[in-house]
Write a protein that binds this ligand. Structure first.
Ligand code: ADP
Ligand code: MG
Length: 712
């Protein structure tokens, strides 16, 4: 067996990282670039030329011929348009060139990307500009390598046409608010506060041969039909079981590709459902984590293809089997490396921790609906609210110990003014709050896990830029409000510690409703949600309406993350994608009924009918009595009745599709999808799935759940 190379020996070797920059750039350019990156600024024109030159040299030495500005349009995928380095010199001889202008500002034709109605097509010019905090990289593809430059994508008028720009703006907003709050807490000299994310990515792998025989998987990423096998995941024997060899090879190849690109993949394991797996990286700055998660998805897709697998990233590819999410681990910390959600070992650092913790409660309580809207999607609707996935209600789990601490503060048992009491309550020794004490509630959509929050309701296929952008913005608001409240008390003459404690007490009380320590999959949560007045937005159109609410719009605008126009563009694009996606699903289902299920069942019914007729003819001769004939007749009758029911439902589906066509792509259409189209599809499915268990397997053309999930 070939011995694997140490990962550290090649990690990041396909990226234009610090090591390469130091080698390829003049010293003053290198230093200026580092400063730009640390401050989170954009690249200045003065050094762009030198950086571009160094980048091109490095890319060409590695065999790249083309470059591309790699960006995240509002479609949820990534986009790239490749340009060759090649140009013609004045005298007509070929030469490779890559200028500063090309590095900091590309100019793609934006008309082919959704703008959510923000610009008319004749103005469809957009600019892409390098986000220097995210390193350029060389991507394999076809026979060669392409230099990919992670960029933001903005319109001619400066509006964000991508998901990256708002994410970066939201990170700036958090930084501004957090520095303000830290100053009030007496912490000076912090230049930048960052948010960090680590995305645990779940996915399914199924054999390519089954996948290509299922139009539903190919067209919509999920099975629209398929009866549950006798063995589902009841035994939970897959979780942390040994990883099948073929899958392990897939994982190893994925990891090698990721390491080359400097993506720190850390853990791999089986998940709860059969054929379901997870990959998790080490957390990074949120914008880089967002880029890297997209690359993880892209590389997994490519390697799966190569290995004869189909990668299913859908949130609910198989009904009745656990879906896939993307646990978005989130924290906030200073550029100097202090995690603000980490309890420290002094009362001061613990007060700081508690203030930021309470800011999270405040933000999630006030803007739970925005958080919910940020993860609404066609696929995630099948997961959220189902009984084994995070619910549509956003609550926060803190764990027993923190609950006690907050209760003690609320009831007035803690007084920061006297350090002794603080120590008595153990606040100076909060470090015992490690993960073992907190990560107990796997049903919570938003759980504190030691020194970070885990937002578990994010869908597996979603770019994490959107939920992180929402989370950062609501945090910027909550932190800023908290700072204002403390400052007001200080201005009114209170001493700082007393002011902090009073505000904490008020906020702990005010946000109590968002803390939920029980089972989030239970009916009790649904009741608690309505008792406590927490939003319970069941589907995408309901959740998207949050973006039309004035106070939501004000928040995004006030914190300079999304203007009302930019917000509408996202609302329109996401509604359109929801409606189009369901339109594709319902048409695919109809096609499967008409070209697979109905013909398959009819054929089998014909055989049974022939055999029944033959039996009737022979019954007297061979002495088959009326009771036996009735049983066989009933069997045929049952089949015929179910088939007729399915044929009638298919006609109903035709009518539903026709109606959907009339409704356009706005809220009316989206509501119709949620309230009529999907339930009709469910009714169709239950009949088709019943028939699947009545029909001879050799007549059923679609691969079954058992085959897809239990055969290797
Ligand atoms: P699990 O949730 O499976 O127990 P961990 O808690 O160790 O696993 O980590 C899960 C993910 O959380 C990883 O991607 C990890 O890098 C990330 N993570 C750990 N610490 C932080 C942090 N401070 N901020 C953001 N993400 C973090
Ligand atoms: Mg986790």
């Amino acid at each position: 067996m070939e011995k694997a190379k140490a990962v550290s020996s090649y990690f990041g070797s396909m990226t234009f990282d610090q090591k390469v920059m130091r080698k390829k750039l003049p010293k003053e350019v290198f230093l200026a670039l580092q400063k730009t990156i640390e401050a989170g600024n954009s690249l200045s024109e003065e050094i762009a030329g030198a950086v571009a030159h160094g980048m091109k040299e490095w890319a060409m030495e590695n065999g790249a011929t083309h470059y591309t500005h790699w960006f995240q349009p509002m479609t949820g995928a990534t986009a790239e348009k490749h340009d060759a380095f090649l140009t013609m010199d004045k005298d007509g001889s070929p030469i490779e060139r890559f200028s500063g202008g090309q590095l900091i500002q590309g100019e793609p034709d934006a008309s082919s990307f959704p703008s959510g109605g923000m610009r008319t097509t004749f103005e469809a010019r957009g600019y892409t500009a390098w986000d220097p905090t995210s390193p350029a990289f060389l991507m394999k593809g076809g026979k060669g390598l392409t230099l990919c430059i992670p960029t933001v994508f903005i319109s001619y008028h400066g509006e964000a046409l991508d998901e990256k720009t708002p994410l970066l703006r939201s990170m700036d907003a958090v930084s501004r608010s957090a520095i303000k709050l830290l100053n009030i807490l007496g912490v000076e000299g912090v230049s930048r506060v960052n948010t960090y994310a680590g995305a645990e990515q779940e996915y399914f792998l199924v054999d390519k041969k089954f996948y290509s025989m299922r139009p539903d998987l190919v067209m919509s990423g999920r099975t629209l039909l398929g009866a549950m096998p006798p063995k589902g995941q009841q035994l939970e024997d897959h979780y942390f079981g040994s990883i099948p060899n073929r899958v392990l090879e897939f994982m190893q190849e994925v990891e090698e590709e990721l390491y080359l690109l400097g993506i720190p993949a850390k853990t791999r394991h089986n998940e709860v459902a059969p054929h379901q797996f997870e990959i998790a990286p080490i957390f990074e700055r949120a914008n880089i984590a967002a880029d890297h998660n997209l690359l993880v998805m892209e590389i997994m897709r490519r390697v799966a293809e190569k290995k004869g697998f189909a990668l299913l990233m859908h949130e609910k590819p198989f009904a009745g089997i656990n879906g896939s999410g993307k646990h978005n681990n989130w924290s906030i910390g200073t550029a100097e490396g202090i995690n603000l959600l980490e309890p420290g070992d002094t009362p001061e650092s613990n007060i700081q921790f508690l203030v930021f913790l309470v800011a999270v409660l405040k933000g999630v309580y006030k803007r739970g609906d925005v958080l919910r809207a940020s993860i609404a999607s066609i696929g995630n609707d099948h997961r959220l609210g189902a009984n084994e996935a995070p619910p549509a209600v956003v609550t926060v789990f803190l764990g027993e110990l923190l609950e006690k601490v907050l209760d003690a503060i609320e009831s007035g048992k803690v007084d920061f003014a006297t350090e002794k009491q603080v120590l008595n309550l153990g606040l100076a020794h909060l470090p015992i709050l490690n993960k073992d004490y907190t990560d107990r509630n796997r049903t919570s959509p938003f759980a504190f896990t030691g020194n970070k929050f885990e937002f578990r309701a994010v869908g597996s296929s979603q770019p994490i830029a959107i939920p992180n952008m929402a989370l950062n913005t609501l945090m910027a608001e909550a932190i800023s409000e908290l700072a204002g409240e403390i400052q007001a008390k200080i201005d009114a003459g209170a001493d700082r510690d007393a002011a902090i404690l009073e505000v904490l007490r008020e906020e702990i009380k005010a946000t109590r409703a968002v803390r939920y320590q029980g089972d989030n999959y239970s009916d009790d949560l649904q009741m608690a949600a309505s008792d406590r007045g927490l939003p319970n937005l069941k589907n995408t159109p309901q959740a998207m309406r949050v973006l039309t609410v004035q106070s939501t719009r004000d928040m995004f605008n006030d914190f300079c993350v999304l203007s009302p126009e930019e917000l509408d563009a996202r609302l329109n694009t996401r509604l359109e994608r929801y409606v189009k996606g369901i339109d594709i699903e319902v048409r695919t289902l109809q096609l499967m009924l008409k070209t697979f299920v109905i013909p398959n069942v009819s054929e089998y019914q014909g055989e049974i009918a022939d055999s029944f007729n033959a039996l009737v003819d022979a019954s007297e001769r061979i002495g088959v009595g009326s009771k036996a004939l009735k049983s066989q007749g009933d069997h045929l009758k049952g089949l015929a009745e179910s088939l007729s029911e399915l044929i009638d439902l298919t006609a109903e589906l035709d009518a539903v599709i026709a109606r959907l066509e009339e409704l356009g792509e706005g809220f009316d259409a989206a509501d119709y999808c949620a309230d009529v189209v999907l339930p009709t599809m469910e009714r169709v499915r239950s009949v088709a799935d019943r028939l699947e268990f009545m029909v001879d397997r050799s007549k059923w053309a679609l691969p079954t759940y058992s085959e897809m999930l239990f055969e290797h």
